[in-house]
Design a protein around this ligand. Structure first.
Ligand SMILES: *[C@@H]1O[C@H](CO)[C@@H](O)[C@H](O)[C@H]1NC(C)=O
Length: 210
């Protein structure tokens, strides 16, 4: 035990003795603040004092700085561990998932937040808050408000990547490599819908009417 520890122990015994004097009048406990330096060298503490706490009276531990509890079993963290972190030893917090930093004061999103997303604690859970044009747990998915149709996928905000044979902002326009004739309409890749009386792949044939 260091000098400062001893000093603290003395201070604590004085405090304890005053408490004893107040609380247990009539017992055989040592009375009086008059006794200058008192702590019971024969005192036994069971279970023993932990974390370098000193047994100053039977079953009374005087804890070293940073610990508290009957047997000095609890560590103290200053500042306190935030966001449900557990104080492992003085100044050392164990943080729940989603939090980090010395006092668990920092929010950490597993895998990070992409595309300008911001990691924020929402009801104690780390979450990416995404810019309006992105979504997903990491803001990894772009949003195409117009939708991407016909198998197209949204690759960036408002931008669809279309399958072969489709064009347009929402991949909604079919492409017929040979144009549809006679007012026919390209309705899917290389497929024309013909106006009567035309038919054929490009609406090039005119049906004979009888
Ligand atoms: C402390 O405990 C020991 C053993 O249990 C006992 O002999 C002793 O008298 C106790 N001391 C005081 C001050 O009560």
């Amino acid at each position: 035990m260091g000098l400062s520890g001893l000093g603290s122990a003395v201070l604590a015994s004085i405090v304890l003795l005053s408490l004893v004097a107040l609380c247990s009048g009539g017992s055989d406990a040592p009375r009086g603040v008059a006794v200058g330096f008192v702590f019971d060298l024969k005192a036994t503490c069971e279970p023993p004092c932990r974390h370098a706490g000193v047994c100053i009276r039977n079953n009374t531990c005087f804890c070293s700085k940073g610990y508290e509890g009957e047997t000095c079993q609890y560590a103290n963290c200053f500042p306190k561990c935030k966001n449900g972190g557990e104080c492992l030893r003085p100044g050392k917090c164990r943080c729940p998932p989603g939090f980090g930093g010395r006092f668990c004061h920092k929010v950490t999103c597993d895998g990070g937040c992409w595309n300008g997303g911001e990691c924020t604690a929402v009801n104690g859970v780390a979450k990416c808050i995404c810019p309006s044009s992105w979504t997903g747990s990491k803001c990894q998915h772009a949003i195409c408000p117009q939708g991407c149709r016909n198998g197209g996928i949204c690759v960036a905000p408002g931008i669809c990547s279309c399958l072969d044979g489709w064009l347009g902002g929402a991949c909604h326009t079919a492409v017929c490599r040979q144009p549809c004739l006679n007012g026919g309409k390209c309705i899917s890749p290389d497929k024309c819908r013909c106006r009567p009386p035309f038919s054929g792949p490009r609406c090039e044939e005119k049906k004979q009417s009888h």
